[in-house]
Design a protein around this ligand. Structure first.
Ligand code: GLY
Length: 376
């Protein structure tokens, strides 16, 4: 990737406001951004064993050159790291490294590292500062922004966590050079989500430029990451703790989380892949509810199919679950209130809204149709 200008987006949360910087080569000048935020020049970098070989050295060297000490904690890569066991191990390593309340933790990695590290930072010595350095597209456009932290349990994904905003999000698009195409596509699903929620123009821009972006054209990528972060920053600033409109960011997630649970949070289905399938189902549900024209879900599905995302559950290897099982998983969703799920649905592309009171039978029909349908 060649060098570009830097986009800076502010997440406006009064005393907890912070900047997101998006550009190329930012890891090599990380200290320029990080140093002014430190209470004392002591940090702990938390990363995983897939990210560390690529980026840990360069971040460490840059911090050291600026006189910022750093301990590195390398955890196993993968969704199963978002667990009580790894949380305990991470906290123990922070204590062993004598990290104090005034020090700062740096999360270097994708959504798993960001969510787990954010959670640890929110409870370690009753809460210390942390910085997000996201290295996957999904983390750069979604999970590193907005302060949601979490681990998973056998009861479901992200059911235990806190809201703890980072002090900075430093997005170096050069880190995407080493990302697999499958992971790029999984992140792309979250990019499409912003178009579907409230920006039809962006959805159609992706129709023209999505493939260029997935081929890692740096201009297209930077535009898409900046549009996504700006959209998220506005929603988070208006509704940090998800009392209302922040729930729109969960478009496709209720269906998607159920698929992830049914596949055991394994490599068979990445989070973004579940979201892609879930967004198609959310538009199909919207049509059944009479909110949205029947022609819209096929447009959404066609775009996701075209770029190479899975859009139907039968594309998951060994898809051995039924609609009843998925519905059971959906009832554990955080959006369940008095036994009822609030769905993110839509009146059209870029017109997402919330809907409660959806009959279970209608949801089951949507699931059954999706399970029966092949992708194309
Ligand atoms: N990923 C959804 C949210 O941050 O609210």
């Amino acid at each position: 990737m060649t060098s570009h200008e830097i986009d800076t987006i502010n997440v406006d949360l009064a005393g907890r406001s912070y900047d997101i910087h998006i550009g190329i080569g930012l890891l090599e000048k990380a200290a320029d951004y990080i140093a002014p935020l430190l209470k004392r020049p002591v940090t702990a970098i938390v990363t995983d064993d897939q990210v560390a070989p690529h980026f840990l050295d360069s971040l460490q060297r840059n911090l050291e050159a600026a006189g910022i000490s750093n301990t590195s904690i390398v955890l196993p890569a993968g969704e199963s790291t978002k667990s009580f066991a790894q949380l305990e191990s991470l906290l123990a390593q922070l204590f062993e490294a004598k990290i104090e309340r005034g020090d700062t933790i740096i999360a270097l990695g994708g959504g798993v590292i960001g969510d787990l590290t954010g959670f640890a930072a929110s409870i370690f010595r009753r809460g210390i500062d942390f910085i997000q350095v996201p290295t996957t597209l999904l983390a750069q456009v979604d999970s590193s922004v907005g302060g949601k932290t979490a681990i998973n349990t056998s009861y479901g994904k992200n059911l235990i966590g806190t809201f703890h905003q980072p002090k900075l999000v430093l997005t170096d698009m050069a880190t995407l050079d080493t990302l697999s195409q499958r992971q790029m596509l999984a992140g792309y699903a979250e990019v499409v989500k912003y178009g579907l929620i409230n920006d039809a123009r962006f959805f159609y821009w992706l129709g023209d430029n999505g493939e260029r972006m997935l081929a890692r054209d740096s201009q297209a990528l930077q535009h898409a990451i900046a549009v996504s972060c700006r959209a998220k920053a506005i929603i988070v600033a208006a509704d940090e703790r998800e009392g209302g409109q922040r729930a729109l960011l969960n478009l496709g997630h209720t269906f998607g989380h159920a698929l992830e649970a049914a596949t055991g949070y394994s490599d068979r289905l990445l989070h973004g892949e579940g979201v892609a399938m879930g967004m198609v189902m959310a538009f199909e549900l919207s049509a059944r509810l009479g909110l949205c024209d029947d022609s819209v879900a096929p447009i959404v599905k066609a775009h996701l199919d075209r770029v190479g995302l899975m859009t139907r559950p039968n594309q998951i290897s060994d898809a051995d679950f039924d609609a009843e099982t998925l519905l059971g998983h959906m009832m554990q969703d955080k959006k369940v209130k008095q036994g009822e799920i609030t769905f993110v649905v839509a009146q059209g592309i870029g017109q997402a809204c919330l809907q409660s009171g959806v009959p279970d039978a209608m949801v089951k029909d949507v699931l059954e149709q999706a399970l029966a349908d092949s992708a194309h």
